[in-house]
Write a protein that binds this ligand. Structure first.
Ligand code: IYR
Length: 226
């Protein structure tokens, strides 16, 4: 017998829809706008209303997640002393990575992007959003309950976060110091949280630059099966 005792409570859902003739213009204008997003390392220290950061994080929190567990936490760091400590710890790891840990091929692949172990943007950007994933939650009785598809859920949330940052007219950098457990220590996070991404957010400098990269064309990223 199927279990009929635990039917989920479903509610009506009527999102905005558009006529077929409007879809191409809407989808292509959204693409053209998001295609303007670039990862940029040249941050201005110009302040930004913290309420803006909160709206951006709320947007990230709309991401779908495995069993709707929402297995993410966003640390919003504007404290200058904490930003300095994060910079120093990140640079120590990055120095070790660039000089000893990364392969020759990896360094070759990064050469056109022009990165190195120095991360001044971690102090200059007005905000660092440090994203943590939660592989499990600790319940009231102390037992652990696993979350599902945590990497996927956090990846989608960060994608929405980057789109929200772009929509606000700000820039971001998806920074991945490795290893990055120093972030959990500095931010005193609970044991069920693992650092996922470190994302400085701010305005670009007036003379900000980005590498001259091209995106793959459609036929290189998609295959039709009609
Ligand atoms: N985590 C290092 C190295 C780095 C790695 C990749 I793959 C990049 O696309 C960029 C940087 C750093 O942040 O410099």
């Amino acid at each position: 017998m199927p279990n009929t005792n635990s039917l989920p409570a479903l509610i009506h859902y009527n999102p905005t829809t558009y006529a077929p003739h409007e879809l191409l213009e809407r989808s292509s204008s959204f693409y053209r706008w998001l295609n303007e997003r670039r990862t940029c390392r040249d941050f201005s220290d110009e302040p930004i209303d913290p309420a803006v950061i909160e709206q951006i994080v709320l947007t990230a929190g709309t991401a779908p997640s495995g069993a709707h567990k929402q297995p993410w936490h966003f640390c919003l760091v504007s404290n200058p002393q904490l930003k300095r400590e994060i910079r120093l710890a990140a640079e120590a790891e990055e120095y070790e990575s660039y000089t000893n840990r990364m392969s020759k091929e990896w360094l070759e692949d990064l050469a056109p992007i022009g990165t190195n172990w120095e991360k001044p943007f971690l102090e200059i950007a007005p905000y660092l959003i440090v994203v943590f994933r939660q592989p499990y939650v600790v319940q009231a009785d102390g037992s652990k309950r696993q979350n599902y598809y945590v990497q996927e859920s956090c990846g989608i949330a960060c994608g929405l976060l980057l789109a929200a940052i772009h929509h606000a007219g700000l820039i971001a950098l998806t920074h991945t110091p490795s290893p990055m457990n120093f972030l959990a220590t500095l931010l005193k996070r609970p044991e069920n949280e693992k650092p996922y991404l470190l994302i400085p957010v701010g305005y670009p400098t007036k003379d900000g630059r980005v590498p001259n990269l091209a995106r793959k064309p459609l036929d290189a990223i998609a295959t039709w099966y009609r």
